[in-house]
Design a protein around this ligand. Sequence first.
Ligand code: C5P
Length: 314
Amino acid sequence: MYTLIAPAKINLYLEIIGDRPDGFHELVMVLQSIDLGDRLTLDRTHSNSHLLTCNDPQLSGRDNLAYRAAELISERFPDAFASYGGVKIHLEKQIPVAAGLAGGSADGAAVLVGMNLLWNLGLTQGELQTLAAQLGSDLPFCVTGGTAIATGRGEQLDFIHSPPEPIWLVLAKHRNLAISTPWAYQTYRQQFSQKYIQHPDEQAARAQRIHAGPMVGAIATGDLAAMVAHLENALEAVVLPTYPAVNQLRQALLTAGAKGAMMSGSGPSVFALCESPDHAEAVKTKTANLLKDPNLDFWVTQFSHQGIHLASLE
Ligand code: C5P
């Protein structure tokens, strides 16, 4: 039996460069794991079918990426499936759902990593990332975690060093708000496709600029002020006008003294970068007092250098 932690991610940078022949968008992103994760236990069912249970019963269906990851591994490794049988997955959700934090992707990635262990498949990180990309654009990053530049669909990864000192953040999300990622990208295309870069070579050249750009420099030196100055998320342009509550939350975090605040991924979660754990706690309390919204959830957490990892024994 294995117990794994599947950390969430935030996007410190998300630029939409253009369309891709596969119907997705060509992106350039900086992805960062955070110290908020789901917990998954994997064991053998001693039968020929997989089973997924979850503390949120609505998530225990076969469309859950955790279940689909088990199916993918079984299809790819029929001999291992025949000898080890199905897997029993129990998922304890901590990461809010449909929040722009790649929670579902992290769970799928954890099942790939866990089954690699359970079935002694001996797959490398690179092989796991390649499998992961078939389930979704964010999964390859979730396998390895830490800090990475992501290009292409989001699956081409260059891992970079995480900031040298811990970076603290407040994460906030309206409990009753979920935003569809396909909706966010489709709406962005409707509104901004006239400025998309068309030629693949020009798209690639644009994406490469990130490597020597100010956000990557700020991360390398752990310069919080520079990091804050270069936060970017193109999807805010479509999500914030449609969901004023998200914009209000972002503003409230800034009013409460956060160094910088931005929506993560396609939202609706918003993160606020802070100087220390005490500063983050103060920003959280002030924001809660400003908005007085019983539907708001808050987490104080920090950047993490880990992707999927075994839970430490308690
Ligand atoms: O890959 P994933 O399942 O996370 O993507 C969800 C949706 O987000 C896609 O169906 C697509 O509408 C949009 N998307 C995109 N370009 C990307 C990644 C996602 O248009 N690079």
